[in-house]
Design a protein. Structure first.
Length: 79
Protein backbone atom coordinates (compact mmCIF):
# COMPACT_ATOMS: atom_id res chain seq x y z
CA UNK A 1 0.00 0.00 0.00
CA UNK A 2 1.35 3.41 -0.97
CA UNK A 3 1.91 5.87 1.89
CA UNK A 4 -0.72 8.53 2.45
CA UNK A 5 0.33 12.11 1.69
CA UNK A 6 -2.87 13.49 3.26
CA UNK A 7 -5.68 12.21 5.43
CA UNK A 8 -8.84 14.25 5.62
CA UNK A 9 -11.66 12.69 7.62
CA UNK A 10 -12.28 9.22 6.19
CA UNK A 11 -10.29 9.96 3.00
CA UNK A 12 -6.77 8.78 2.24
CA UNK A 13 -4.87 10.72 -0.45
CA UNK A 14 -1.85 8.96 -1.97
CA UNK A 15 0.43 8.51 -4.98
CA UNK A 16 1.41 5.27 -6.71
CA UNK A 17 5.10 4.98 -7.57
CA UNK A 18 4.54 3.57 -11.08
CA UNK A 19 2.50 6.67 -12.04
CA UNK A 20 5.62 8.81 -12.58
CA UNK A 21 5.05 9.07 -16.34
CA UNK A 22 1.54 10.47 -15.94
CA UNK A 23 0.69 14.12 -15.26
CA UNK A 24 0.45 15.04 -11.55
CA UNK A 25 -2.57 13.41 -9.93
CA UNK A 26 -3.83 12.02 -6.65
CA UNK A 27 -5.64 8.83 -5.70
CA UNK A 28 -8.29 9.08 -2.98
CA UNK A 29 -9.77 6.09 -1.16
CA UNK A 30 -12.46 5.60 1.44
CA UNK A 31 -13.37 2.04 2.34
CA UNK A 32 -13.93 0.22 -0.98
CA UNK A 33 -14.38 3.47 -2.97
CA UNK A 34 -11.63 5.07 -5.03
CA UNK A 35 -11.17 8.09 -7.25
CA UNK A 36 -8.32 9.70 -9.15
CA UNK A 37 -8.02 13.42 -9.83
CA UNK A 38 -5.60 15.24 -12.09
CA UNK A 39 -4.06 18.16 -10.22
CA UNK A 40 -3.37 20.67 -13.01
CA UNK A 41 -6.14 21.55 -13.41
CA UNK A 42 -8.13 19.62 -10.82
CA UNK A 43 -10.31 17.25 -12.85
CA UNK A 44 -11.76 13.79 -12.32
CA UNK A 45 -9.82 11.00 -14.01
CA UNK A 46 -11.97 8.12 -12.71
CA UNK A 47 -14.44 7.22 -9.99
CA UNK A 48 -15.09 3.78 -8.54
CA UNK A 49 -18.09 3.90 -6.23
CA UNK A 50 -18.33 7.42 -4.80
CA UNK A 51 -21.77 9.02 -5.10
CA UNK A 52 -21.98 12.30 -7.02
CA UNK A 53 -22.41 14.21 -3.75
CA UNK A 54 -19.38 12.61 -2.09
CA UNK A 55 -17.34 12.97 -5.27
CA UNK A 56 -17.98 16.75 -5.18
CA UNK A 57 -16.73 16.78 -1.59
CA UNK A 58 -13.57 14.86 -2.53
CA UNK A 59 -13.02 17.18 -5.49
CA UNK A 60 -13.35 20.23 -3.20
CA UNK A 61 -10.82 18.70 -0.77
CA UNK A 62 -8.45 18.06 -3.67
CA UNK A 63 -8.84 21.63 -4.91
CA UNK A 64 -8.33 23.18 -1.46
CA UNK A 65 -5.18 21.07 -0.89
CA UNK A 66 -3.86 21.38 -4.46
CA UNK A 67 -0.72 23.36 -3.61
CA UNK A 68 0.40 20.92 -0.91
CA UNK A 69 -0.46 17.91 -3.07
CA UNK A 70 1.60 19.28 -5.96
CA UNK A 71 4.53 19.92 -3.61
CA UNK A 72 4.20 16.37 -2.28
CA UNK A 73 4.07 15.04 -5.89
CA UNK A 74 7.29 16.88 -6.77
CA UNK A 75 8.99 15.67 -3.57
CA UNK A 76 7.80 12.09 -4.08
CA UNK A 77 8.79 11.84 -7.74
CA UNK A 78 11.77 14.20 -7.61
CA UNK A 79 10.41 16.48 -10.32
Amino acid sequence: MAPAVLREGPYRFYFVSHDLNEPPHIHIDRDAFSAKFWLTPVALAYNLGFTARELRKVEALTFSNKRGLLEAWNDYFGT
